[in-house]
Design a protein around this ligand. Sequence first.
Ligand SMILES: Nc1ncnc2c1ncn2[C@@H]1O[C@H](COP(=O)(O)OP(=O)(O)O)[C@@H](O)[C@H]1O
Ligand SMILES: [Mg+2]
Length: 374
Amino acid sequence: MQIKRLLLTDFRSCAHVDLAPGPGITILSGANAQGKSTLLEAVYLLATSRSPRASKDVEMIRWGQEVALAAAEVAREERGEVRVEVSLSRSEKRAMRVNHVRRVRVADLVGHLNTVLFSAADIDVVRGEPSLRRRFLNLEIAQISPHYCHALVQYRRILEQRNRLLKLIRDDGRGADTLETWNEQLIAIGSRIVERRVAFVAELSALASHIHSEIAGASEQLSITYLPSFPIKPDEDVSTAFRQHLALLQRDEIARGATLAGPHRDDLSFLVSGTDVRVYGSQGQQRSVALATKLAEVELMQQRVGEAPVLLLDDAGSELDEARRARLYGLVTGGYQTLVACTDTSGLPAEIVCNAEQYRVEGGAVQQWMPAAT
Ligand SMILES: Nc1ncnc2c1ncn2[C@@H]1O[C@H](COP(=O)(O)OP(=O)(O)O)[C@@H](O)[C@H]1O
Ligand SMILES: [Mg+2]
């Protein structure tokens, strides 16, 4: 899979960008705060519908402007070319388009472009809040499964309505007769999400464990497990377990006016040789686990989609020691289209720099650049 063209208009500091990255490595270098991460952010937004850093769309609109646009022309081996586009507005809802046709469902945008982003923030998936791990799962699975993406949207809607109902029952003593219907909807969609995540994590864990032993040595065995917010016995249906647990929680849920179990409360654990690296791991171990997980994701995505995802490296080597950096850059030279953002190329291995197309990013503008031969 290859981005043939990336077009930005008034996207953060980028007033106008028209970039045609080659099939291999593209280096985007420049001083701090020039717009390098912004370029990768736009690509990530087009792939997942979410920004890796903005919580609101308006943050991505250039100051003083009404609307922002990000678009990419993507060449796929099987499906040919596709153009994905997101336009953001201060006054209206965002508009997503695929091949110029407006799409309402997120699931219709996501999946045309697959990316894996490596950045210094990756370690937060391992050591940060559970919500970051759920977000990681959601964004990765959504990229390979439009059904999952759609189920998530439905689940959020059901959750919101059910929480509203729980508050109504608590505050006004009304609505208890409809709770059962909402329970069944929550269970139906929620169980599908949990099942999909459990399967994804099992596959991811097997791949990550293998990669991790290469990075950290065979004595450090990594396993990633899914931690549901309700107990599921072996051989038990996820939906049966979810239903039973909701019955137990009903009084509490009404008292709190909130849904207390379900995929929005689940978590992941990263165990190295049986201990939880989130709690007990050194920073170095946490980084190895984060990197192995990301590298596993590349492999898994490739297996599932049948094509190599586009790799985005945002200052990704800077936090890693030499061995880990070598592992990451080894991947980059393996035939993926890769966009590398860095302040300068001195930290990159020579074989990457020699084979790369180079661009300078300055004040939100991108210009091809031919480094002087040495
Ligand atoms: N909505 C926006 N409009 C204009 N400029 C913005 C907007 N959001 C961020 N910026 C500016 O963009 C710059 C950061 O860009 P970024 O892509 O993170 O830089 P870097 O090259 O260091 O990766 C900062 O100078 C910031 O002030
Ligand atoms: Mg940056």
